[in-house]
Design a protein around this ligand. Structure first.
Ligand code: GLC
Length: 746
């Protein structure tokens, strides 16, 4: 530590005076010493290596560039050991500017939490923030400075594999989750040794890829962009997110990486974002196949002009920017702005004071097998699972003696519980709790029977006979099916959302035994399982629940935890219904109501061959108990101007288990200058109720909650009639109406 101060003191005389200098002043003093090439070096990011142990296998070209100050950041390097080795290379450069180490700590580093889409079903902001906080503590203890998370893309298409990474289909809710996760990762502020820089990604509208195909074209109105896709990014800025990552897709014909509208006009202009923007993996170079740049030199020019500050792995900047500046095609002040942003974060992270402040082996060890973190992960997992069906109160399993058959390809799977963006370690097989482990931990192996039944993929049914035989010997059957960890995630899009392979057939074979069959579905996205939904006795959607998956599942199955999760994404009946989101417009011929012209169902916005309704709606989830909703109570039916509309409802636990209920508030703007959704989530409250207990849940609405983007992109509210709705999910709502005027004079 001391020797670096001396070195810096020698290079930067003013440091020696001990004057307290602002970060801006310190950045300027460094920049005044930098050559153009060294500045561009800060804008250059290389991939390292994800191996958890052993010397980093960064190739010599990169090592040489690091030593000469031509690299500003390295991603995909883990552990103190490896990050220190590379940072030491950077300390051999002329100016000894420390590197930033970035990594996809999407939902955990050493302790893996449920995938973000699962976590979002907990509707528990504090818990999601805590999960991110723990991930930051573990990652920062192992040399990571920067996570490429939260992914805040709104997604309404389960064919898109990256739906697993976000917070579902609702913009209002996704904005709250974005803020919670940024706060979790960054803690009380950069500079604390357990804070990592967060990164709002992928800017913007990546989730609107046509056909649900990753990297595909996005084309939507500016109004839809502002109404649906930008707000979670703005929420991240308001939560002081340190960095942004731009997106692979074109937006209205312009690659996001080369979009000045997104990066300079909106992000750095209107929103006054002070951090820096990193490209996505080689997305600068991808402007060539996009047909937007002829070569990497033009791609570099387009990207820097658009406001992309750092080049992830494409080498477009390091190979071309200096020449572009010397040719007068790129103004050096664009380079200076980008470098100033990057150096500012390095100073804020304390890396200039001590480049190795995140390389403390003792701290790494303290976070390495942290039992408390595992307990939190188990709690998050319990609260992320969603009970979709429980006919005849099949669940929870109350008997202490009955034989339980655990059947299916995911029963003993460990790694699949970590999901696509897992950070794997050699000892994972010892740490990850499978469903089998979790149940054996609780009831003992002697009560358990097992059969794999089939593989996740493939048409082999040879295991069915054994599975049925095992089921017949049991009192209750739990069948665990779903996706492998890499069937959802980046580049993992599917046109067919049914259970892969012959898993659905296996489930139906087991149901024919007449035993109570509980279906556990683990996946990174909504799947389609209409037949199972009709015939299974109980269905628990367990997404990918992370390191503690099996313990959390056992807690739920055995009644130690009463499931409270609710869906943050709509479950379709068929791929042909997609996009299918709850907050759709009414159309001129809404399905399910008598059309204005009185014609019958055929001439409505629906399908001839299937209902236009989802299998499970947004906000849906069951409990082991039941809840009764009283009548909606409003403090007025004529709010005016800046009045507060109080909306209350009594919720009673009418069952025999204590349980949490997520009470949801929606509105509808009946008539407006642009057609408005049939409902919009504007509030929720998670209440714990003991059997027989009633609580009055109260929401406060203001005209801020009524705002939308009009056809001129003004963010306004308009007076008129509004529906106010409260209920357990987006389809089962108590409703009332108010007329909200500008002034009460009317
Ligand atoms: C990937 C992803 C991005 C990730 C980055 C680094 O392609 O699109 O989300 O952070 O590259 O791994």
């Amino acid at each position: 530590m001391k020797k670096y101060w001396l070195l810096l003191a020698l290079i930067f005389p003013l440091f020696a005076s001990g004057q307290s200098r602002t970060i801006a002043e310190r950045v300027d003093s460094v920049m005044n010493l930098m050559t153009l090439e060294e500045k561009i070096g800060q804008m250059n990011q290389y991939n390292g290596d994800k191996k958890a142990t052993g010397p980093i296998s960064i190739n010599t070209d990169k090592e040489g560039q690091i030593k000469s100050g031509m690299v500003g950041s390295v991603l995909n390097v883990k552990t103190v050991f490896n990050t220190r080795k590379i940072q030491e290379l950077a300390m051999q450069s002329r100016l000894k500017i420390p590197l930033l180490f970035g990594l996809d700590v999407i939902h955990g580093y050493r302790t893996i939490f449920p995938i973000p889409l699962a976590e979002s079903c907990s509707w528990d902001m504090a818990l999601m923030e805590l999960a991110a906080r723990i991930a930051a503590k573990e990652a920062s203890a192992s040399g990571t400075h920067w996570t490429f998370a939260p992914m805040v893309d709104i997604a309404r298409d389960p064919r898109w594999g990256r739906i697993m990474e976000g917070a579902g289909e609702d913009t209002w809710y996704g904005s709250k989750v974005a803020a919670a996760r940024v706060k979790g990762f960054q803690g009380t502020g950069l500079g604390n040794s357990d804070a990592v820089m967060a990164c709002a990604k992928h800017f913007a509208a990546y989730g609107a890829a046509q056909g649900g195909r990753d990297y595909n074209t996005v084309d939507l109105s500016e109004r839809e962009l502002h109404e649906v896709y930008l707000p979670p990014f703005k929420a991240a800025v308001d939560a002081n997110v340190a960095t942004f990552m731009n997106a692979f897709n074109t937006l209205n014909g312009i690659p996001a990486t080369g979009s000045a509208m997104l990066q300079r006009v909106y992000l750095k202009g209107k929103w006054h974002f002070g951090g820096f923007v990193v490209s996505d993996w080689e997305s600068i170079g991808e402007m060539i196949p996009h047909g937007y740049a002829a070569d990497k030199k033009e791609a570099a020019l387009l990207a820097i002009k658009a406001g992309c500050d750092m080049d992830m792995q494409s080498r477009s900047y390091i190979d071309n920017l200096a020449q572009l500046v010397r040719e007068g095609k790129v103004e050096e002040n664009l380079i200076n702005d980008a470098v100033r942003r990057i150096l500012t974060k390095k100073f804020e992270m304390g890396l200039f004071d001590d480049p190795f402040r995140f390389c403390d082996p003792e701290r790494e060890k303290s976070q390495w097998n942290n039992r408390e973190n595992l307990y939190v992960a188990r709690d998050v997992a319990r609260k992320s699972a969603v009970l979709l069906k429980n006919s005849g109160n099949t669940l929870p399993i109350i008997s202490k003696t009955n034989k339980i058959a655990l059947i299916g390809p995911l029963v003993k799977s460990k790694f699949d519980n970590l999901g696509f963006w897992n950070i794997s370690w050699p000892d994972d097989s010892l740490r990850i709790v499978s469903l089998w482990d979790g149940m054996a931990n609780r009831v003992g192996k002697e009560r358990l029977l097992y059969a794999k039944g089939c593989n996740i993929e493939g048409e082999d049914e040879s295991g069915f006979e054994e599975a049925v035989s095992v089921a017949r010997k049991a009192d209750i059957v739990i069948v665990s099916v779903g996706e492998k960890f890499d069937m959802s995630g980046e580049g993992k899009c599917r046109s067919n959302l049914h259970l892969p392979g012959v898993q659905e057939k296996l489930v139906m074979e087991l149901i024919t035994t007449g035993k109570p069959v509980i279906v556990m579905i683990s996946a990174g996205r909504p799947l389609i399982f209409n037949t199972i939904a009709e015939h299974a006795h109980a269905i628990l959607y367990t997404w990918w629940l992370g390191t503690e998956a099996g313990n959390a599942m056992a807690d739920i199955l055995l009644g130690d935890y009463n499931p409270s999760g609710k869906l943050t994404v709509t479950f379709p009946r068929a791929e042909g219904q997609i996009p299918l989101n709850y907050n759709h417009l009414n159309t001129g011929r809404p399905d399910g109501e008598k059309a204005i012209s009185g014609v019958n169902k055929i001439y409505k916005s629906n399908y001839l061959d299937i209902s236009s309704l989802p299998l499970y709606p947004f906000g849906y989830g069951l409990s082991y108990t039941t809840f009764k909703y009283g009548e909606l109570m409003l403090n007025t039916h004529k709010p005016a101007g800046n009045d507060t509309l109080e909306v209350s409802i009594d919720v009673t636990n009418t069952g025999q288990y204590q349980g949490e209920e997520i009470v949801q508030l929606y509105i509808r703007d009946i008539v407006a200058s642009v057609a408005r959704p049939v409902k919009e989530l504007k509030g929720f409250s998670k209440v714990m109720l003991t059997p027989g207990e009633t609580k009055r849940v109260k929401f406060m609405l203001s005209n801020e909650d009524l705002k939308f983007y009009d056809s001129n992109l003004n963010y306004i509210w308009e007076e008129g009639e509004f529906q106010v709705m409260v209920g357990p999910n987006s389809a089962d709502l108590k409703s009332d109406k108010v007329v909200w005027c500008r002034s009460s004079a009317k």
